[in-house]
Design a protein around this ligand. Sequence first.
Ligand code: GRF
Length: 259
Amino acid sequence: MADPRLKIAVLVSGSGSNLQAVIDACEGGELPGRVAVAASDNPEAYGLERARRHGIPTLAVDYKKTPEEPPGPLPFDMEKLSAEQRLFTGPEEELRRRLGRLALFEEELVRGLEPHAPDVVCLAGFMRLLTPHFLSAYPMRVMNIHPALLPAFPGTDGYGDTFRYGCSFGGVTVHFVDPGEDTGPVIAQLVYPIYPDDTLEDVKKRGLGLEHRLYPRVLAWYARGQVEVGKDPEGRAVVRVAAPDYEDFVRDAVLSALR
Ligand code: GRF
């Protein structure tokens, strides 16, 4: 009989503590899934080592080695890509160069992931933006965890931005990835307090603790078919979690972040 568990690909660039949380939840039976492959744009990422320790196949596509120009014809339609992307602005030539390099890298990543046939691709500290070229291989099946309460503080330093702005609450978000940067439909979020004597390190620690609870749980809901995607009146995708444990989970997690 075919394995009914959700096949998860996790993309990391660094430490991979979220990858670890997902692996642990799979192994502990809280998440009816398995990490089918861990991939990285950085061959040195510690996350790959974590995966290897659990016997999980790894894939490294070194972005730094991706050529700026393809050796042969482009494996994608640049006109289409450039019209669909929402990541870069600026002079056309520069934009196409950045997009082209990224899409070449993505092409290799898609090919590498293919044999593992993931049901869902999870970005977990993956420090590359993804273009519609990659996203079209996994439509509404790419998730990301972001260290802020989106739509506040998109970008690479969610904890730093939240802290420096003087927020008294911060948050973490799991969302589907769309062609913009951190703009895709929110699946679930958790919040934590920031106290007057907190340092940025305190904030990161509290937030990361919540990330490690949230990502595996979202994947468990997804695996059980409890993540419903609909449309708002403007046609924008919106997500509703229809899980019986949703409220208890949020209550317990948020309470755990209080001091
Ligand atoms: C996390 O804070 C995640 O939200 C952000 O990058 C960090 C990755 O941490 N996107 P790790 O590699 O999972 O330890």
